[in-house]
Design a protein around this ligand. Structure first.
Ligand code: SAH
Ligand code: SF4
Ligand code: F3S
Length: 477
């Protein structure tokens, strides 16, 4: 087994010393400098941005959303589809304006997109506004890299190829007070033929159970009510540790932490979602009956070409088993339309599978060619129009089924966690069911962060609407 690379705690301490040094320098004039962190992509990136903000807060920075007010801008990028990259490049290019208006502004671009050498080169050549570029593997030494830019006034590029390491002890500044991300592992070994993630995020590596549990305990103590365990493929958790703890064991260990909170997780690869996992989900009272199980395609031929390591029959068996353990399971998926060579017949198989499974929600994407992946060199004779037609048909099916499933909730009373305000008058609060369905409510904002029983009164494709029956403070609506 490959040696699991760990960043020494002394290295993180050194980064924190650099933070202290930066603090002295940037607050010397008695003013509080401001930073803007802009995040693209998945929850892993959101979790990474909480670390970037943690470091920035230690350096003395406050936070702003306005690029004209920011002294440091960090753009945390995604590479999963071309569209995500185009958005980043457009927005980074536009930072010319804020930098002109605010000389001395530092622009950093980090994350998955710049871990691709051709993208790092492109930024070096065509985006002089960017001062600092670093990939996900260098995030732990962001203070050191930023200091280099600040003191040497030179552009810094840190995107060396790497399998990645595990770094503990990086300070975190979390986005919310009710829901929290908790990374349990990093990287991916699956190499689905269309996907860039394994190239930019490195090999699978798990955090130690004790580190995860310590973080989970501190989240519960701080009052977080909804903890999402994160990984590109959480079912691979522990395989690199050889400590006998797999993902199902980890759920049980988090479940054993005293307190009133929920556990969710993302994402599960169907190739190794086990019966033990479903049994554990059903048995652990804090674990939500929610499963995101990306199928990607309903065609066995395409699944094979995607290197997904399962066929539609195995997938359907897993869904049936999961539902046997959890009849109220909320099931969602990801689907790629227009994978190279996908025919009408392949697409029909996807529609059929979706009709059979009846997902609560589907996230559908048109295939996007990623440089360096095997699928990029597969023949792709179908036109964009044909792919769009398939995409539209699938979206229609997905909306219809979600709408029907949501209508089934009407009249039912469920427990929800109230997690924020909607900004609208009539239904001013948002909440989530155990299954993760969005419920709009009317009530006192003081209820945010509490559980309540609500009766569902109306629904549409995207959300449920409800009335509070009973909250932790009695009824306050
Ligand atoms: N690790 C997760 C997925 C991460 S990427 C998993 O395997 O479940 C999120 C989703 O983006 C994928 O499930 C896939 O549906 C989609 N995706 C990934 N690469 C893509 C590409 N090249 N084109 C279009 N969609 C893609
Ligand atoms: Fe990409 Fe596949 Fe890994 Fe998911 S499992 S991140 S789709 S390579
Ligand atoms: Fe994007 Fe990187 Fe996540 S490519 S989807 S931000 S792992």
């Amino acid at each position: 087994m490959r040696q699991r690379q760990v960043i020494e705690l002394s290295e993180i301490k050194r980064q924190e010393e650099i933070c202290a040094r930066i603090f002295e320098r940037v607050t010397a004039d008695g003013q509080r400098p401001l930073a803007l962190v802009d995040t693209y992509g998945c929850q892993q990136n959101e979790a990474d941005s909480e670390k970037l903000r943690g470091y920035l807060a230690e350096m003395g920075y406050g936070f702003t959303q306005d690029e004209f007010q920011a002294d440091v801008i960090v753009v945390n990028t995604c590479a999963v589809r071309e569209h995500a990259e185009m958005r980043v490049l457009g927005n980074v290019g536009a930072l010319n304006h804020s930098k002109k208006a605010r000389p001395g502004q530092i622009v950093a671009v980090c994350g998955c997109m710049v871990q691709q050498q051709h993208m790092a080169e492109k930024i070096k050549k065509s985006y002089p506004v960017v001062d600092l570029v670093f990939g996900p593997h260098e995030l732990w030494r962001f203070p050191e890299l930023l200091e280099r830019v600040q003191t040497r006034h030179k552009r810094v590029f840190a995107t060396e190829k790497s399998d990645g390491a595990v770094a503990e002890g990086i300070p975190l500044k979390r986005d919310g007070t009710v829901k929290a991300w908790l990374s349990v592992m990093y990287g991916c070994n699956n190499f689905c033929t269309y996907c860039i993630v394994p190239y930019v995020r490195g090999r699978e590596r798990s955090r130690l159970p004790e580190d995860i549990l310590a973080e989970a305990r501190s989240l519960v103590a701080a009052g977080y009510k909804d903890i999402t365990l994160l990984g590109q493929n959480v079912n691979s958790y522990g395989k690199d540790l050889a400590c006998g703890v797999d993902f199902a064991d980890l759920i049980r260990m988090v479940n054993d932490i005293p307190g009133d909170f929920r556990i969710r997780f993302m994402t599960s690869h169907p190739k190794d979602a086990t019966e033990k996992l479903f049994r554990t989900m059903a048995a652990c009272e804090k674990c939500c009956h929610q499963l995101h199980l990306p199928v990607q395609s309903g065609s066995d031929r395409i699944l094979k070409a995607m290197n997904r390591s399962y066929d539609s029959e195995k997938y359907l068996r897993q869904v049936a088993l999961a539902r046997q353990y959890m009849p109220d399971l909320v099931l969602t998926t990801d689907i790629i339309v227009g994978f190279p060579g996908e025919t009408e017949e392949d697409f029909e198989a996807t529609l059929k599978l979706c009709e059979t499974v009846r997902y609560d929600a589907m996230f559908t994407f048109i295939y996007s060619k990623r440089v360096g992946t095997p699928a990029a060199s597969m023949p792709d004779p179908y036109t964009r129009e044909e792919k769009q037609r398939h995409f539209d048909a699938l979206t229609e099916l997905s909306n219809r089924i979600s709408g029907e499933k949501h209508a089934e909730y009407e009249g039912k009373t469920l427990r929800v966690l109230i997690d924020g305000e909607t900004g609208r008058e009539e239904y001013n609060l948002s909440s989530r069911t155990d299954g993760g369905r969005l419920v709009h409510l009317k009530g006192d904002p003081a209820l945010i962060g509490t559980f309540a029983d609500v009766t569902i009164t109306a629904s549409n494709t995207w959300a449920l609407y409800g009335e509070i029956r009973n909250s932790e403070f009695g009824i306050r609506n």
